[in-house]
Structures are given as structure tokens and as C-alpha cells.
Design a protein around this ligand. Sequence first.
Ligand code: GAR
Length: 192
Amino acid sequence: MRVVILGSGRGSNAEAILLAQQAGKLGRARVVQIFSDKPDAGILALGPRFGVPASFLDAAPYKTKLDGAGEQHYIAAIEACRADLIVLAGFMRVLKMPFLAHFEGRIINLHPSLLPSFPGLDGIGQAFRRGVKIAGCTVHQVTLEVDGGPILDQAAVRVEDGDTLESLAQKIHAAEHALLPAVIARLSERGA
Ligand code: GAR
């Protein structure tokens, strides 16, 4: 299963996927490409470290969605990778048609809350401020509804009395780093 990772940030989840792959724990999945819409994103430094092509892919002209020329650019580049699965690991843009139709059923997203609670931006901050006692993360299929596609798996973390936004974020990220590679491995074994 050929996996393309899209990310905009530091890439700790992409790193977790690549470490799982190195450890032989990614099932039949293999990361073939990393793309980032930010030229200076930390995620791009993983390429040389893990021997995976990693490049900036311009998503202009929009800032928060993948549309117009940028969208066509992404469709062509991902198509050229012959991707079986597209993993959004901190890719901070809203996807829409025709991208979604083009890769229907092959796009998954990681979100730092227990959906359907706290969709959208800053899922961790939303949960922390709301005072929930169980927080967590979700991997789901991507559909037109932002953070609303079918849920593939979730991991919960307990919010303790002494937790700060920072300590909660750390716990959620640790849960993400286990959850996302496990879901990818499971999808890769589907029908095997
Ligand atoms: C992760 O916490 C992920 O859940 C979140 O961005 C972070 C990326 O971290 N994604 C979203 O908020 C999507 N709406 P990383 O770059 O270290 O993997």
C-alpha cells in the first residue's frame, strides 16, 4: 500500500509513521512521499532522515483551503506517486471537490479530539477550555464535512486535575503517535 503523507507542521506524526515502518510495524504500508504546503515545515526534514522523498508543494493561491491551481497541483503530484492512501498528518487545509472525488475513500485525517466533539481548529484547546475529563484523538475518513467523515479509530486520554494545556497536548500527541500508525497498518492488511 503506497502511502503519501501531507503535513504543514513539525511532523511528529509523520515521524511516528516512519518509525513504525522502520520497526516493521506498518503492515503492508510503505511511505513513498511526503508533501508540505509550507516550505519551512519541520516535516520536510524527515525526508533525508528516513530516505523518503519530501518536498514543498505550492498550494497557492488560497491560505486555508486546497482549491484552484493549488488543488490541481496536488492532484497531479499525488497521482504521479500512485498513492493508495493519503494520510493527512497535520495538514492544515480544508479539502473539497474535485480533490475528494479524485481520491475517494483513500484519504484519512488525524484530529486531536474525540470527534464529533471539538472539530475544526485547536481541538486540544477547545477540549481543555470546556473542561472535559476524557480527551483524545481520532482517525477518520475525509469527506466534504470538515472532521465529519466515518471514524476509523480513536484513543482516549484522561484529563487529570493538575493538567495544563501543555501537559494535555503532550498526552494527546503521545496517543496520536500510537494510533495513526496502527490504523495505517490495519488498513494495509485489509483484505489480506
Ligand atoms: C496533530 O496534533 C494533529 O492531530 C493536528 O495537527 C497536529 C500535527 O502535529 N491536526 C489537526 O489539528 C487537523 N485539524 P505534527 O505536525 O507534529 O504531526
